[in-house]
Design a protein around this ligand. Structure first.
Ligand code: PXP
Length: 244
């Protein structure tokens, strides 16, 4: 079974559009949990255009009220981000390499170039009992030094899979299967997450091919689906796929 973490960034974006508190992120996240989500994810960026750093403590308190509900914070590990995340102590931090002004995360870490940086940063989070996942491309070439960097998990960046799914899903999944097979063999203690552009159409095939995925974090498509089906039905549909 794979955990479904709902990325509530897009709800925060709507809230911020009017500079007020509608929808309220705590309430919408609580509903996601009550409707079946196993976790809540946010990606506070330096410009706070979606989730704000002031949301973190509120969401941490919310998720702590429930048993087995996780809070995951994504972001580039600047000094400021590290400090703020360690203060809040989420269950998991997902480190992404994208620059502050990026529209969305669009590539994984190069573990060769970032070996020392990642090793140091990951240690800081782990010393504070925060599980660390790093965002990776489906490419073995970028995954050197994992034994030194020592993340608990890697999050597969699934944009390419989603983009190519409709042309040829077997071809689309192939690099992900290859990379997870490599990781299973070389680093059996590293667990997998997955995220980006996963949706009701492509999620099932991803999880059938890589059933070891522990968690998917899904935001954009889920919020779009909620317009059609309502939030309860939407979370339920994703959850059913993740549970299969
Ligand atoms: N994982 C990471 C690292 C992300 O940056 C995002 C987008 O915030 C997601 C997963 C979720 O992607 P989507 O919104 O396309 O579901």
């Amino acid at each position: 079974m794979t955990a479904l973490s709902v990325n509530v960034n897009k709800f925060a974006l709507i809230r911020n559009a009017r500079g007020a508190d509608l929808p309220n992120l705590h309430n919408i996240s609580k509903k996601c949990i009550e409707f079946g989500a196993d976790g809540i994810t946010v990606h506070p960026r330096p410009d706070e255009r979606h989730a704000k750093f002031s949301d973190l403590e509120i969401l941490k308190n919310l998720t702590s009220e429930f048993e087995n509900i996780e809070f995951n914070i994504e972001g580039y590990p600047s000094n400021d981000f590290i400090q703020k995340v360690i203060r809040v102590k989420p269950d998991q931090v997902t480190l992404v390499p994208d620059p502050p002004d990026a529209l969305t995360s669009s590539f994984g870490w190069d573990c060769e170039k970032n070996k020392d940086f990642l090793t140091e940063v990951i240690k800081k989070f782990k010393d504070n009992n925060i599980r660390v996942s790093i965002f990776i491309n489906p490419s073995i070439n970028t995954l050197s030094n994992l034994e030194i960097i020592n993340p608990d998990r890697v999050e597969l960046y699934t944009y390419d899979y989603a983009k190519n799914y409709h042309n040829d899903k077997i071809l689309a999944i192939a690099p992900y299967v290859e990379v997870t097979k490599y990781l299973e063999k070389e680093f059996p203690y590293i667990e997998f997450n997955a995220g980006h552009d996963l949706n009701l159409g492509n999620l099932d095939f991803m999880l059938k091919n890589i059933p070891r995925i522990k968690e998917v974090s899904i935001g954009h498509a889920l919020v779009c689906d909620a317009i059609d089906y309502g939030l309860k039905e939407t979370v339920n549909r994703y959850k059913q796929i993740a549970q299969r």
